[in-house]
Design a binder for this molecule. Structure first.
Ligand code: GTP
Ligand code: MG
Length: 195
């Protein structure tokens, strides 16, 4: 698959403003600052489609991007951002529940985890939450350019173990900086969309 066209179609936390058709969607979930927006830019070959920031909590809405007029990638707001007030983290939970419960076109959620660190408690909870919705276990391990090849293999095993992943569950190390993992991720997205 070649991505020839990508455009933002909705930026909102309000379900009444989500796109109404049931075009297939793949969502990106993960801790604030893990690299969700950067991964979207990598996939679409665009530098500024999604806003990237070194301060966590940049994306606090659900952002819908339409790809090749065929499917959508959805950038979900990050979790684990300490400065977010309690009321906002509740609205975060509501936003997520709403989203997961209502999107008919939702094919899967790809969870992003920073390859440098052990999955956090919230990463583990998020993964369990996704499994509870029967979503496949696809993890993208981000920022692979920051560690050595040996460490990549070692840390992928730690992620697998901590999340209690099964053999058929997939972990793809990526680097948005170096475009590592691009082909593998795109192949998986293509397969999921064609199903
Ligand atoms: P929120 O919108 O706050 O939830 O964050 P996000 O998950 O969208 O993260 P974002 O893409 O904004 O990236 C956060 C920071 O990590 C930025 O400074 C990026 O440049 C950096 N970053 C993201 N991906 C990579 C990567 O693969 N390698 C390196 N070295 N840095 C990365
Ligand atoms: Mg973001």
């Amino acid at each position: 698959m070649k991505i020839k066209k990508s455009e933002i179609v909705a930026v909102t936390g309000n379900p009444s403003q989500y796109p109404e058709d049931n075009m297939k969607e793949i969502a990106f979930a993960g801790r604030s600052n893990v690299g969700k927006s950067s991964l979207l830019n990598m996939i679409t070959n665009r530098k500024k489609l999604a806003k990237v920031s070194s301060s966590p909590g940049k994306t606090q809405t659900i952002n819908f991007y339409e790809i090749n007029d065929k499917f959508r990638i959805v950038d979900l707001p990050g979790y684990g951002y300490a400065k977010v007030s309690r009321s906002l983290s509740n609205s975060w939970g509501n936003m997520m529940d709403q989203y997961f419960n209502t999107r008919e076109g939702l094919v899967t959620v790809i969870q992003l985890i920073d390859i440098r660190h052990e999955p956090t408690k919230q990463d583990i909870q998020m993964y369990e939450y996704l499994k509870h919705f029967n979503l496949d276990g696809i993890v993208v391990a981000t920022k692979a350019d920051k560690i050595s090849r040996n460490e990549i293999n070692k840390n992928v095993s730690v992620i697998r173990k901590k999340l209690k992943m099964e053999d058929h569950d997939i972990v793809i190390p990526t680097s948005s900086l170096k475009k590592t993992g691009y082909d593998e991720l795109l192949d998986i997205i293509e397969q999921l969309i064609e199903l």
